[in-house]
Design a protein around this ligand. Structure first.
Ligand code: HEC
Ligand code: HEC
Length: 206
Protein backbone atom coordinates (compact mmCIF):
# COMPACT_ATOMS: atom_id res chain seq x y z
CA UNK A 1 0.00 0.00 0.00
CA UNK A 2 2.76 2.45 1.05
CA UNK A 3 4.67 1.53 -1.99
CA UNK A 4 1.60 2.34 -4.10
CA UNK A 5 1.17 5.77 -2.44
CA UNK A 6 4.87 6.51 -2.80
CA UNK A 7 4.92 5.58 -6.45
CA UNK A 8 1.81 7.61 -7.20
CA UNK A 9 3.38 10.59 -5.39
CA UNK A 10 6.44 10.12 -7.52
CA UNK A 11 4.26 10.04 -10.64
CA UNK A 12 2.43 13.23 -9.63
CA UNK A 13 5.63 15.14 -9.05
CA UNK A 14 6.99 13.89 -12.36
CA UNK A 15 3.81 15.11 -14.06
CA UNK A 16 4.12 18.49 -12.30
CA UNK A 17 7.69 18.75 -13.53
CA UNK A 18 6.67 17.94 -17.09
CA UNK A 19 3.83 20.47 -16.90
CA UNK A 20 6.25 23.20 -15.80
CA UNK A 21 8.61 22.65 -18.75
CA UNK A 22 6.76 25.01 -21.16
CA UNK A 23 7.11 27.74 -18.49
CA UNK A 24 10.84 27.23 -18.43
CA UNK A 25 10.94 27.49 -22.23
CA UNK A 26 9.17 30.87 -21.97
CA UNK A 27 12.00 32.48 -20.00
CA UNK A 28 13.18 35.64 -21.76
CA UNK A 29 16.38 34.92 -23.70
CA UNK A 30 19.29 37.27 -22.91
CA UNK A 31 19.47 38.53 -26.48
CA UNK A 32 15.94 39.94 -26.22
CA UNK A 33 17.30 42.80 -24.08
CA UNK A 34 18.60 44.48 -27.26
CA UNK A 35 15.20 44.33 -28.93
CA UNK A 36 13.16 46.07 -26.23
CA UNK A 37 14.18 49.67 -27.07
CA UNK A 38 12.41 49.41 -30.44
CA UNK A 39 10.00 46.46 -30.25
CA UNK A 40 8.91 46.86 -26.63
CA UNK A 41 8.94 44.51 -23.68
CA UNK A 42 5.98 42.55 -25.05
CA UNK A 43 6.95 42.72 -28.74
CA UNK A 44 4.20 45.26 -29.46
CA UNK A 45 6.42 47.45 -31.67
CA UNK A 46 6.66 51.22 -31.66
CA UNK A 47 4.95 53.31 -34.34
CA UNK A 48 7.13 56.37 -33.59
CA UNK A 49 10.24 54.30 -34.43
CA UNK A 50 8.52 52.53 -37.37
CA UNK A 51 9.26 49.24 -35.68
CA UNK A 52 6.67 46.52 -36.20
CA UNK A 53 4.89 44.31 -33.71
CA UNK A 54 6.72 40.99 -33.59
CA UNK A 55 4.78 39.26 -30.77
CA UNK A 56 3.05 36.08 -31.88
CA UNK A 57 4.56 35.90 -35.37
CA UNK A 58 5.39 32.28 -36.11
CA UNK A 59 8.71 30.87 -34.97
CA UNK A 60 9.50 29.84 -38.52
CA UNK A 61 8.78 33.30 -39.98
CA UNK A 62 10.72 35.14 -37.24
CA UNK A 63 13.74 32.95 -37.69
CA UNK A 64 13.64 33.31 -41.49
CA UNK A 65 13.42 37.12 -41.31
CA UNK A 66 16.30 37.47 -38.83
CA UNK A 67 18.44 35.24 -41.06
CA UNK A 68 17.32 37.16 -44.17
CA UNK A 69 18.43 40.45 -42.64
CA UNK A 70 21.73 38.93 -41.53
CA UNK A 71 22.51 37.42 -44.95
CA UNK A 72 21.49 40.47 -46.99
CA UNK A 73 18.27 39.01 -48.40
CA UNK A 74 16.35 41.79 -46.66
CA UNK A 75 17.41 45.33 -45.77
CA UNK A 76 19.96 45.34 -48.63
CA UNK A 77 19.13 48.77 -50.16
CA UNK A 78 20.67 51.92 -48.68
CA UNK A 79 17.34 53.70 -49.31
CA UNK A 80 15.66 51.15 -47.00
CA UNK A 81 16.85 52.79 -43.80
CA UNK A 82 14.59 50.76 -41.49
CA UNK A 83 15.58 47.49 -43.10
CA UNK A 84 19.26 48.50 -42.82
CA UNK A 85 18.82 49.23 -39.11
CA UNK A 86 17.43 45.74 -38.58
CA UNK A 87 20.10 44.16 -40.81
CA UNK A 88 22.85 45.66 -38.62
CA UNK A 89 21.23 44.24 -35.49
CA UNK A 90 20.70 40.80 -37.02
CA UNK A 91 24.34 40.59 -38.08
CA UNK A 92 25.34 40.94 -34.41
CA UNK A 93 23.27 37.89 -33.41
CA UNK A 94 24.54 34.32 -33.13
CA UNK A 95 22.50 32.64 -35.88
CA UNK A 96 22.74 29.20 -34.30
CA UNK A 97 21.97 30.21 -30.73
CA UNK A 98 20.32 33.66 -30.41
CA UNK A 99 18.08 33.38 -33.47
CA UNK A 100 16.38 30.08 -32.55
CA UNK A 101 15.99 31.20 -28.92
CA UNK A 102 14.56 34.59 -29.88
CA UNK A 103 12.19 33.15 -32.50
CA UNK A 104 10.88 30.56 -30.08
CA UNK A 105 10.32 33.12 -27.33
CA UNK A 106 8.79 35.93 -29.44
CA UNK A 107 6.35 33.45 -31.04
CA UNK A 108 4.87 32.72 -27.60
CA UNK A 109 4.18 36.40 -26.75
CA UNK A 110 0.45 37.20 -26.87
CA UNK A 111 -1.03 39.28 -29.69
CA UNK A 112 -0.66 42.97 -28.79
CA UNK A 113 -3.52 45.44 -28.98
CA UNK A 114 -2.42 48.36 -31.08
CA UNK A 115 -4.46 51.54 -31.12
CA UNK A 116 -4.29 53.18 -34.50
CA UNK A 117 -6.45 55.52 -36.52
CA UNK A 118 -7.19 54.04 -39.92
CA UNK A 119 -10.03 54.36 -42.36
CA UNK A 120 -11.15 52.72 -45.58
CA UNK A 121 -13.99 50.81 -47.18
CA UNK A 122 -14.45 47.60 -45.21
CA UNK A 123 -16.70 45.91 -47.78
CA UNK A 124 -14.28 46.49 -50.64
CA UNK A 125 -11.35 45.63 -48.40
CA UNK A 126 -12.98 42.32 -47.51
CA UNK A 127 -13.62 41.56 -51.16
CA UNK A 128 -10.13 42.47 -52.41
CA UNK A 129 -8.45 40.76 -49.46
CA UNK A 130 -10.24 37.49 -50.08
CA UNK A 131 -9.59 37.66 -53.82
CA UNK A 132 -5.87 38.48 -53.58
CA UNK A 133 -4.42 37.78 -50.16
CA UNK A 134 -6.55 35.40 -48.08
CA UNK A 135 -5.50 32.23 -49.90
CA UNK A 136 -1.99 32.59 -48.47
CA UNK A 137 -2.41 34.78 -45.36
CA UNK A 138 -5.61 33.11 -44.05
CA UNK A 139 -9.22 34.41 -43.98
CA UNK A 140 -8.59 36.72 -41.01
CA UNK A 141 -4.98 37.59 -41.76
CA UNK A 142 -3.87 35.05 -39.18
CA UNK A 143 -1.10 33.68 -41.42
CA UNK A 144 -0.63 30.21 -42.90
CA UNK A 145 2.53 28.29 -42.20
CA UNK A 146 2.03 25.87 -45.11
CA UNK A 147 2.49 28.83 -47.46
CA UNK A 148 5.12 30.47 -45.23
CA UNK A 149 2.83 33.52 -45.15
CA UNK A 150 3.01 35.55 -41.93
CA UNK A 151 0.25 36.86 -39.72
CA UNK A 152 -0.83 40.34 -40.81
CA UNK A 153 -3.63 40.91 -38.28
CA UNK A 154 -2.60 43.03 -35.30
CA UNK A 155 0.26 44.67 -37.18
CA UNK A 156 0.90 48.41 -37.41
CA UNK A 157 -0.87 49.78 -40.47
CA UNK A 158 2.04 52.02 -41.54
CA UNK A 159 4.46 49.11 -41.34
CA UNK A 160 2.28 46.92 -43.57
CA UNK A 161 1.90 49.76 -46.09
CA UNK A 162 5.67 50.32 -46.13
CA UNK A 163 6.38 46.61 -46.67
CA UNK A 164 3.96 46.51 -49.62
CA UNK A 165 5.80 49.48 -51.09
CA UNK A 166 9.17 47.83 -50.39
CA UNK A 167 8.04 44.66 -52.15
CA UNK A 168 6.69 46.45 -55.21
CA UNK A 169 9.76 48.72 -55.51
CA UNK A 170 12.32 45.93 -55.16
CA UNK A 171 13.53 46.93 -51.68
CA UNK A 172 12.36 43.57 -50.36
CA UNK A 173 11.95 40.28 -52.22
CA UNK A 174 14.48 40.95 -54.99
CA UNK A 175 17.27 38.65 -53.86
CA UNK A 176 17.39 35.53 -56.10
CA UNK A 177 17.52 33.20 -53.05
CA UNK A 178 14.63 34.87 -51.25
CA UNK A 179 11.99 32.51 -52.62
CA UNK A 180 9.15 33.64 -50.35
CA UNK A 181 9.94 37.33 -50.61
CA UNK A 182 9.96 37.05 -54.40
CA UNK A 183 6.54 35.39 -54.32
CA UNK A 184 5.16 38.24 -52.24
CA UNK A 185 6.84 40.91 -54.38
CA UNK A 186 5.00 39.53 -57.41
CA UNK A 187 1.69 39.73 -55.53
CA UNK A 188 2.35 43.27 -54.29
CA UNK A 189 2.68 44.51 -57.85
CA UNK A 190 -0.87 43.41 -58.70
CA UNK A 191 -2.51 45.74 -56.15
CA UNK A 192 -3.47 49.37 -56.86
CA UNK A 193 -3.03 52.04 -54.16
CA UNK A 194 -6.80 52.35 -53.74
CA UNK A 195 -7.25 48.57 -53.36
CA UNK A 196 -4.35 48.44 -50.91
CA UNK A 197 -5.83 51.15 -48.66
CA UNK A 198 -9.07 49.15 -48.36
CA UNK A 199 -7.24 45.83 -47.92
CA UNK A 200 -5.10 47.25 -45.11
CA UNK A 201 -8.21 48.69 -43.48
CA UNK A 202 -9.84 45.25 -43.60
CA UNK A 203 -6.72 43.69 -42.02
CA UNK A 204 -6.66 46.33 -39.26
CA UNK A 205 -10.21 45.31 -38.29
CA UNK A 206 -9.32 41.62 -37.72
C1 HEC B 1 16.89 50.37 -33.47
C2 HEC B 1 15.57 49.78 -33.41
C3 HEC B 1 15.44 48.26 -33.48
C4 HEC B 1 16.03 47.32 -32.67
C5 HEC B 1 16.99 47.55 -31.50
C6 HEC B 1 15.53 46.02 -33.12
N1 HEC B 1 14.68 46.19 -34.18
FE1 HEC B 1 13.70 44.73 -35.19
N2 HEC B 1 12.96 46.08 -36.50
C7 HEC B 1 13.15 47.46 -36.41
C8 HEC B 1 12.56 48.11 -37.55
C9 HEC B 1 12.53 49.60 -37.84
C10 HEC B 1 12.01 47.06 -38.36
C11 HEC B 1 11.32 47.18 -39.72
C12 HEC B 1 12.40 47.00 -40.77
C13 HEC B 1 11.91 46.94 -42.18
O1 HEC B 1 11.14 47.81 -42.58
O2 HEC B 1 12.35 46.00 -42.88
C14 HEC B 1 12.28 45.81 -37.65
C15 HEC B 1 11.88 44.55 -38.11
C16 HEC B 1 12.04 43.40 -37.40
C17 HEC B 1 11.52 42.10 -37.81
C18 HEC B 1 10.71 41.79 -39.04
C19 HEC B 1 9.23 41.74 -38.68
C20 HEC B 1 8.33 41.29 -39.80
O3 HEC B 1 7.11 41.35 -39.59
O4 HEC B 1 8.81 40.88 -40.85
C21 HEC B 1 11.88 41.21 -36.83
C22 HEC B 1 11.57 39.73 -36.79
C23 HEC B 1 12.63 41.94 -35.83
N3 HEC B 1 12.71 43.27 -36.20
C24 HEC B 1 13.15 41.37 -34.69
C25 HEC B 1 14.04 42.03 -33.83
C26 HEC B 1 14.76 41.38 -32.76
C27 HEC B 1 14.61 39.92 -32.40
C28 HEC B 1 15.54 42.34 -32.18
C29 HEC B 1 16.53 42.17 -31.05
C30 HEC B 1 17.59 41.22 -31.28
C31 HEC B 1 15.29 43.59 -32.87
N4 HEC B 1 14.38 43.36 -33.88
C32 HEC B 1 15.89 44.81 -32.56
C33 HEC B 1 13.82 48.13 -35.39
C34 HEC B 1 14.59 47.53 -34.43
C1 HEC C 1 1.16 33.30 -52.96
C2 HEC C 1 0.95 33.55 -51.54
C3 HEC C 1 0.73 34.99 -51.11
C4 HEC C 1 -0.26 35.86 -51.51
C5 HEC C 1 -1.40 35.60 -52.49
C6 HEC C 1 -0.05 37.08 -50.74
N1 HEC C 1 1.04 36.94 -49.92
FE1 HEC C 1 1.79 38.35 -48.63
N2 HEC C 1 3.33 37.11 -48.15
C7 HEC C 1 3.50 35.84 -48.63
C8 HEC C 1 4.72 35.28 -48.09
C9 HEC C 1 5.26 33.89 -48.37
C10 HEC C 1 5.30 36.29 -47.29
C11 HEC C 1 6.61 36.22 -46.52
C12 HEC C 1 7.71 36.78 -47.38
C13 HEC C 1 9.06 36.72 -46.72
O1 HEC C 1 9.44 35.64 -46.21
O2 HEC C 1 9.75 37.75 -46.70
C14 HEC C 1 4.39 37.44 -47.35
C15 HEC C 1 4.60 38.64 -46.67
C16 HEC C 1 3.72 39.70 -46.65
C17 HEC C 1 3.90 40.94 -45.93
C18 HEC C 1 5.06 41.29 -45.02
C19 HEC C 1 4.61 41.06 -43.58
C20 HEC C 1 5.63 41.41 -42.56
O3 HEC C 1 5.37 41.13 -41.38
O4 HEC C 1 6.68 41.97 -42.89
C21 HEC C 1 2.81 41.73 -46.18
C22 HEC C 1 2.53 43.12 -45.66
C23 HEC C 1 1.94 40.96 -47.07
N3 HEC C 1 2.52 39.73 -47.35
C24 HEC C 1 0.72 41.42 -47.52
C25 HEC C 1 -0.04 40.78 -48.49
C26 HEC C 1 -1.24 41.35 -49.07
C27 HEC C 1 -1.85 42.68 -48.67
C28 HEC C 1 -1.68 40.45 -50.02
C29 HEC C 1 -2.82 40.61 -50.99
C30 HEC C 1 -2.76 41.77 -51.87
C31 HEC C 1 -0.75 39.32 -50.01
N4 HEC C 1 0.22 39.55 -49.06
C32 HEC C 1 -0.84 38.21 -50.84
C33 HEC C 1 2.64 35.13 -49.46
C34 HEC C 1 1.55 35.68 -50.12
Amino acid sequence: MYRFILSSLYCTSLLALIASLPLLAKETPKAYAQCIACHGENGEGNAALSSPAIAGLSEQYLSRQLKNYASGKRGYESADSYGQQMAAISKSLDLNKDVPELAKYIATLPKPTIEQKVSGDLKNGHRYYHAKCGACHGGQGQGNSSFKAPKLAGQHFDYLARQMQNFSQGMRGKHPDDKYGRQMAMMARTVSDKELADILFFISQQ
